[in-house]
Design a binder for this molecule. Sequence first.
Ligand code: NDP
Length: 256
Amino acid sequence: MSNSSTPSSSASQRVAVVTGGARGIGLEVARWFLARDYRVALWDIDAETLGRTASELNDAAHVLAIHCDVSQPDQVDAATAKTEAIFGRIDALVNNAGVAVFKPIGQTSFEDWQTVLGTNLNGPFLCTQAVAPVMKRGGGGAVVNIASISGLRASTLRVAYGTSKAALIHLTKQQATELGTVGIRVNAVAPGPVETEMAKLVHSVAIRSDYHDVIPLNRYGTTEEIANVVGFLCSDAASYVNGQVVAADGGFDAAG
Ligand code: NDP
C-alpha cells in the first residue's frame, strides 16, 4: 500500500499529511499541495480507494499512501512515525477524514454517535497530538481541521454530525491557543455542501432543495473551492492567521 523506498525528493521539500485523502475534498487538497511541490502523505481507512488514488496520482516520489483509521491511537502513531521516517518532516496537517450519519435523535444509536465522534472529533485530536511534535522539531507548521456549516448552525438530523463539528471548532481554538506558542497555527474550514460521495450518501432530495433555497450563491461548492481555502490557511500567506474558522459556504452562514 505505501511506498517503502525513500523518495528521491529533497529533504527540504515541504510535507503535508491529508487524512481521508483517498477521495473527495481530501484528494483535492492533496492535489493542491502536489501542484505546489509538496510531498503528500494520504492517510485513509479505505485501503482499496487509497491504492487506486495513489496509482492514479502516479507520483511515487511525492505521494505516500498509508492505511490508517484516524480514530485509533495506535494507527495514528504508526502513520505519523512512518511519514516522518520516509519524508523526514511534516509541515502541514489537514484533518479532513470524516463520516456523516444523518438521522433523527430517536434513531441515532449510541454506535452511530461513537462512530461519528470517533472519526470527526477523536481523529483530529489524535492526529494533531501525534503530528505536533514532528512539526515542532521542524520549526513549526500549520493544521487545518475540516469542520462544516453543521458545526456553526444546528439543524435536524445532525445530532451526532453537527455536535462533532461544533466540538471540532472549539478543539481548533484550544489547539491554536496552545500550539501557537510553538509556531504551529491551527485553523478550521467550515464547508457548505460539496458534491462528493459523502453528499451522495446523506443529502436527500429534500436536503438538496433546502440548501439551494438558503445558499445565496444558489449552488453546491466544488472540492477545488474548498481546497483553495485549506491551502491558503496552510501557506505562508496566512502566517498570522491562527484559531480562526473560515466558512466556505456560498454565504449560507452569513444569510442565517
Ligand atoms: P468522503 O466521504 O467523500 O471522503 C472521506 C474519506 O475519509 C473517505 O475516503 C473515507 O473512507 C475516509 N475516512 C472515513 N473515516 C475515516 C477514518 N476513521 N480514518 C481515516 N479515513 C477515514 O467525504 P468528503 O470529501 O465529502 O468530506 C471530507 C470532509 O469534509 C469531512 O470531514 C466532511 O465532514 C467534511 N464536509 C463535507 C461536506 C460535503 O458536503 N461533502 C460539507 C461539509 C463538511 P470511507 O469511505 O471508507 O469511510
